[in-house]
Design a protein around this ligand. Sequence first.
Ligand SMILES: *Cc1c(COP(=O)(O)O)cnc(C)c1O
Length: 368
Amino acid sequence: MTSLSDLPLRADLVGKTPYGAPQDAVPVSLNVNENTHPIPEHVVADITASLEAAVRGANRYPDREFLGLRGALADYLGHGLSAEQLWAANGSNEVLQQVLQAFGGPGRTLLSFTPSYSMYSILANGTGTDWVAVPRPEDFALSPEFVAAALAEAQPDIAIICAPNNPTGTPVSRETILAAYDAFDGILIVDEAYREFADDDDAWPGAVSLLPGRHRMLVSRTMSKAFAFAGVRLGYLAADAAVIDALRLVRLPYHLSALTQAAATAALRHAETMLGTVAEIRAQRDRLAAALTDLGYRVYPSGSNFLLAGGFADPVDTFTKLRERGILIRDVGIPGHLRFTAGTDEETGILIGALQELRAIEQGASQS
Ligand SMILES: *Cc1c(COP(=O)(O)O)cnc(C)c1O
């Protein structure tokens, strides 16, 4: 059998591992931060009608500049954005890859504050960009002073701040984003994959509001999380129109299929409905946080639809025992920690019940 070592693989990819969140069919799947609520039937019907029309025209290539979808995304984001300032691709992962292709590459650096989204280093590897990981403080929070010092010293070509941060859930303040932007001369990507989960009383509307006058700031978003549309693969970016022109140099022609454009544009017509479960998911997140805290775990503040909790004596064992009970969560590789996506009321109830059961077994064992 041929193995990787038999192939003339690029030297800088030897020994690397692909992105690998487990995908298996379990009753309670809470491991990749999807919105676990189904799409309402009337929205399904409208999207299906748009798809049907797109299939009729599928003998032709799709609109390469997809201005219809970009206009719909601009309207959705607001803040006076226009279609020229929007870009989209097959998931924000592809958008980020295009940004690295245009602004990173050999001899250039990408910096982020770890632990953060595991795809950042993988995208750096794939594009030949040097990866610089700056460890976060013990509580994972980023102060303006901390990011400014790190960026001023490293002067990376590109920095990514995940806001709120995956896998820790940590919200990021306006002051921290502004301090980061002013501290270096490179491209600053603010990854707002979870922005829609920000609490209603969150003091600021997100990095999109900071774009005017800041042409090196790029804000990435996705329909994969709050918007309940992960399977369609639609991520997007808001930035200066010149940045979008740069991405056009590296994108593949017709990268967004006619079906993707049709589905995403139709779903955006129902944005309010698609986001209708956000308040409920936040409530389930807070319920799960309270339960984990009661059980003696350390729960980190979260501005997203998931929680990171510490204090697991053997995270792999807890992961495995939950898996045996039909519950899939995420071991993100932080010692003593596990990550849980907030699901429906029922899913959260099942998860909490299983965690309580495992804790009781553990305490029984330690007393005997
Ligand atoms: C899930 C996630 C993404 C999104 O990916 P898509 O490719 O849009 O599905 C981007 N950034 C972070 C931090 C994420 O957690």
